[in-house]
Ligand binder design. Structure first.
Ligand SMILES: NC(=O)c1ccc[n+]([C@@H]2O[C@H](COP(=O)([O-])OP(=O)(O)OC[C@H]3O[C@@H](n4cnc5c(N)ncnc54)[C@H](O)[C@@H]3O)[C@@H](O)[C@H]2O)c1
Ligand SMILES: [Zn+2]
Ligand SMILES: [Zn+2]
Length: 379
């Protein structure tokens, strides 16, 4: 690992994995990182998960993607310095990065019905910090940030509103899982669906998001949790998170679930595959009268969800869930406390530990569906 040299008052040099060109491997190299400005914080990363969204952008399939950029958005680390006007974080605090920030002031933050903070959306989508500039550069050329995080790097500068201060007791390799898929799944069950105790749930997909949803249903006191996936290995992981019934997916899955539920369907269904045909199954497997289908998967651009309206008239509902409806600064610390209290077992989720230099291997492992998460550990 490279040495971390800090020159006070000027930019620091650090190693980062740069997406130079779509479809090409990330290039790990030295770049410059400027100091945090007002409302911003310098974080030293300790762990970062490798996620499909990073790979999706690296591949060039995301039409809104840009390069050069430093990828990564599932970071956990320690605050090293705070810029002016930062009130809630100080050096030494342990933090989890939030691609979905929480300013606590905008109209959405002040409403309990949504977590979609409006404060920095536009600049974040452009790869900028809230003031419209970037902190990462290379020989004077600016390098944009990714999802407001850019955590495939030894350090990052992020807005205070996009960092959750969490317990210092959580191991970083587990804390970083809460930055994306795990909180999404947990929150889909706890916030979006607000699963009632004693319910029957069906979760489609047993990746990070689906497994989080299984755990969330269990924490909410669901009596039955049916999990559907194509991979038997992943279904076994779902059993470990509390799934009571395992179903190999494919055609006929809706009929299977109806059979298992006296012809009615599940009180709550969750979709965590990103496949619109599976989303349709999740709607159809929801119970008449009150069945709620929560969609967390991200479909391809231009794809649409096909639903027979009669299913809705007879009482089924569909909800979407971004980051599980989790208001990150308030709720990620609470979820981590529940994990520390022994309510969620995260050990099976970290399948590979890699170095920053091995980030492309993390992508290969993901493409081979080898394990749930590769986590980059920083020296
Ligand atoms: N809403 C959000 O904020 C948010 C956050 C993170 C990820 N996501 C999205 O959630 C989805 C899941 O993410 P992940 O990281 O868990 O992905 P993943 O690829 O690890 O898991 C998807 C799972 O779906 C299974 N699957 C595929 N086809 C299936 C079928 N026909 N029936 C049943 N299971 C099937 C796969 O075997 C796999 O285990 C993706 O679309 C991702 O983009 C959304
Ligand atoms: Zn992610
Ligand atoms: Zn806000």
């Amino acid at each position: 690992m490279g040495e971390r040299t800090r020159v006070y008052g000027g930019p620091m040099r650090m190693r980062a994995a740069v997406l130079e060109e779509f479809g090409a491997p990330l290039a790990v190299q030295e770049v410059e990182l400027a100091e945090p400005r007002a409302g911003e914080v310098l974080v030293r990363l300790h762990a970062c998960g490798v996620c499909h969204t990073d790979l999706y952008t690296a591949s060039g399939a995301d039409p809104s993607g840009y390069a050069p950029t430093v990828l990564g958005h599932e970071g956990a680390g320690v605050v090293e310095a705070a810029g002016r006007d930062v009130g809630s974080l100080a050096p030494g605090d342990h933090v989890v990065t939030l691609f979905s920030p929480q300013c606590r002031e905008c109209i959405h933050c002040r409403d309990e019905r949504t977590n979609l903070c409006l404060a920095i959306r536009e600049e974040q989508n452009k790869g900028h910090l809230p003031d419209g500039t970037t902190r990462i550069s290379r020989d004077g050329e600016e390098i944009r940030s990714f999802m407001g995080c850019s955590t495939f790097a030894e350090h990052t500068v992020m807005p205070e509103i996009a960092l959750a201060k969490v317990s210092g007791e959580a191991p970083f390799e587990h804390a970083c899982l809460f930055a994306c898929g795990l909180s999404t799944g947990l929150g889909a069950a706890i916030n979006t669906a607000a699963v009632r105790p004693g319910s029957t749930c069906a979760v489609f997909g047993a990746g990070m998001v689906g497994l989080g949803a299984v755990a969330g249903c269990r924490l909410q006191g669901a009596e039955r949790i049916i999990c559907v996936d194509l991979s038997l290995q992943r279904l076994e992981l779902a059993r470990g998170q509390g799934a009571t019934d395992l179903v190999e997916g494919g055609e006929g899955t809706v009929e299977r679930i109806l059979e298992m539920t006296d012809g009615f369907g599940a009180d709550y269904t969750f979709e965590a595959t990103g496949n619109v045909a599976v989303m349709r199954q999740a709607v159809e497997a929801a119970r008449m009268g009150w069945g709620l289908c929560t969609i967390a998967g991200v479909a391809g651009k231009g794809e649409t969800l096909d639903v027979v309206p009669r299913l809705l008239i007879t009482g089924r509902r569909i909800a979407g869930s971004s980051f599980g409806g989790v208001k990150g600064r308030d709720q990620v610390p609470v979820l981590i406390d529940r994990y520390l209290a022994g309510e969620i077992d995260l050990t099976p989720f970290v399948s590979h530990r890699i170095t920053l230099d091995e980030v492309n291997r993390g992508f290969e492992l993901m493409e081979a569906q080898d394990g749930i998460r590769s986590v980059i550990e920083f020296a």
